[in-house]
Write a protein that binds this ligand. Sequence first.
Ligand SMILES: [Zn+2]
Length: 70
Amino acid sequence: MRIYEMRAEYVTGPAGRRIGQWHMIKDNGITALCGYDTDPAAEKMSDLAWGHTEEKFCHTCGAIYLREVP
Ligand SMILES: [Zn+2]
């Protein structure tokens, strides 16, 4: 059984570093489903938080996730 988790991608703006969007990773990996290499130290969240975050979610990861997880 696959384990999915969300991992943050950070952006640095005028107000400092913040979470830009969430990617989905699989089995505690570094590379997101969309191919983006996440920071291993970046914040993680359960995939149950999908769609419930203030920050946006990577569209590509979302599409792949929804296809892989019934
Ligand atoms: Zn992504």
